[in-house]
Design a protein around this ligand. Sequence first.
Ligand code: PXG
Length: 484
Amino acid sequence: MYSDSLKPSISLVAGVRQIAAKTPVFDTRAIQKLDSAHYLHPFTDFKQLNEQGARVMVRGEGIYLWDSEGKKILDGMSGLWCVNVGYGRTSISEAVYKQMEILPFYNSFFNTTNVPAVELAAKLVEISPPQFNHVFFTGSGSEGNDTNLRMVRRYWDLLGYKERHVIISRHNAYHGSTVAGASLGGMEGMHAQGGLPIPGIEHIGQPSYFESGRGKTEAEFGIEAASWLEEKILAVGAEKVAAFIGEPVQGAGGVIIPPATYWPEIQRICDKYGILLIADEVICGFGRLGAWFGSELMGIKPDLMTFAKGVTSGYLPLGGVMVGDRVANVLIDKGGDFNHGFTYSGHPVACAAALENIRIIEQEKLVKKVASETGPYLKQQFASLAAHPLVGYVDSCGFMAGLNLVKEKSNVVHDCVLFTPEQNVGMICRGYMFGNGMIMRAVGDRMIIAPPLCMSVVQIDEMIALIRLCLDQTLADLKQRGWV
Ligand code: PXG
């Protein structure tokens, strides 16, 4: 339990909205000190964080968070792309508590199973595209992509194609932080540490119109970006290529939304060479793009789909792979033992959380809302930010959106004058966002959001007003520095 100095007490701070009366108040400095002393955070410069002290989040409700200082924050990133139904859903906590009381754990090895895992498998099959009738559970998205790597190689081995082991992915993709996940991903900073990628993984360019589409229409660029896959297949040798993996919309890479022509062309190329298509739906799944899965929106028919995050809205760790009939039938009919799995595959409590989370998404029609009500409204409002003097390019897809900060605007997107990476303008802007109680991420100079799917039209207005205010403050700051 808490040491005395960390014990929560009830906030009675004047001026904090009524809802914050429930927010426990902690001794921030004491927690930061302990945090620095013992906790190594993910993707963090430890020394720098220790000097500055971590922000301590203590409570969440709907689309809002409160930190240990009682500050209310609008979470434009759904935690880490995952809290799709928003914070504070007591029905999920109740489902979890109930399952913990009945059966907190049992494994799915040695011919055993548990009721929530079975029910969830059936539910996932129900909401997935028709080619999916099976699921393999993991504890995270990274483990899901490790599973993909082993599964596609096993699939081709079983069919007698021992050479077909190469998986093609994209630069700036994010597929996780395990050795296979980081190798499949295309993050240079990750590859630079630990001798990655592992052999048998190749990367092609990402379909970023803003970065690479100069002189072309979006439609033309989509076809060109897909052609890089065919070039790579021919360079590697088609007989060696097992699969292509991609996020329908790249998340961590900076909300890279491909032109509408891109994914159908990728599908055509995969089909032409008989290559398996893996959609990494860890961010795009569970309604984020206004469909249960991003693949449906992009018009593709993947053989495997990785999921995690939104499956439980992040309330408990859970991930997995939806396994299409093409792969499942071979594994089942010819496979014998598949020597792969995790202690927490099909964890009953995580599965109970997922079932209740999906029930909420269905009951509140969140997928439909994002498709036809709040999603289009967010698109329209977010697009209005393009009028701001700092904003050179804006795009969005469902509840994922991004804008590029530029030094000088131009009607021709590719003629915008950019800031230098050293100026770190995205981080300056992010600082104003945090300062004003708004979580908006910076990926370079691209500012991105992926809000909870339960966000209302009124809350979208509140968020856009906050973003606009922060853009104004960033502009004033940059003017003062003489950068614009
Ligand atoms: N695939 C995709 C598309 C992801 O976004 C993973 C796999 C790995 O999932 P796990 O559950 O193993 O983390 C992710 C995770 C960021 C950020 O900075 C994004 C993720 C994780 C950490 C940071 O945007 N996405």
